[in-house]
Design a protein around this ligand. Sequence first.
Ligand SMILES: [Zn+2]
Length: 87
Amino acid sequence: MKQCLKCGESQDTSQFNKQARAKDGLFPHCKSCRKSANKIRYKSLGEKITKQVKEWQAKNPDKVKLAKERHRKKILMLKLINVLKVS
Ligand SMILES: [Zn+2]
């Protein structure tokens, strides 16, 4: 048994991930605590990236316009090809 430093619950050592540099060779936080911590980290990372993309778009309106235009043309081409295939 090992006590989790985060939730304070005593759990079986199988509920802890291995960490070679730790004194007992196990992470101080249980697997479920680590899982929720990772979830929060990923969420904030996603928000950070979204923010960066938005900032880039605000700084590069011409490039955004160009990319949208390119995308629109590509879709138009695909639609045209489908029409040609059918007829
Ligand atoms: Zn825990």
